[in-house]
Design a protein around this ligand. Sequence first.
Ligand SMILES: [Fe+2]
Length: 251
Amino acid sequence: MLTWIVPKRNILYTTLLEGMTDVHAHLLPGVDGGSESLMDSMAALKRMKEVGVKRIFLTPHIADECKNNSPELLQAKYSILKECCPPDMELYLAGEYMLDSGFDARKRGEILTFPGKQILVETSCSSAPERFLTFLFDLVLEGYKPVIAHPELYRYMTQDDYYFLKDKGYKFQLNLFSLAGLYGKLSRTVARNLLDKGFYDYVGSDFRRLGDYEKGLKNLYLSANRIRQVGELFENNDSLWHSGSLPKQII
Ligand SMILES: [Fe+2]
């Protein structure tokens, strides 16, 4: 019996990252368990630039657990980080919203979205919020387009749930390093499965620490088919950035 060995390449030896747009990163210093200091953020930006990243949507956690993360504070930190950003890199401030008990109240204030009122939302990895579907339905009624962050990490979700959410038109964002096994074997299997189904719309690094980023890069090996699949998501990321409806931000 013939055994087919599919050759795989490390992502750093592909062209996938050249000129890429990252849609998910915790690079604002000292706000959400991601980058701890401005120095950390600058080191991260330098390394991301080296591997080919050109544009980054910053997505700080906005959640009950991060009570201080008002839009004003995040804008202030964003202004500082922009000043320290390497030339030829662009940053844009969005957010990653936890669907928790404070979400409705936060929604009444300023919301930090992607262009086109696309809003990155997440839940706990272990259980769905009680009003999960209501949160999503309400967002749509209010003109938002939910983008569900890293659905492969939600251990409570079943295949039927993924089909249901896609059927409702919600977008999915893959964590790139799920494919490297950074979050465990189960998440990697689910990510591969959702990728094969064509369920993902965007891909992001979900950057938190440079060490994890390097580990993810080092361990991410992709077949030609996966390179094509992930490449399509990077194209969607670029389209999101260049969608022409980027609102002007105060810096
Ligand atoms: Fe995140």
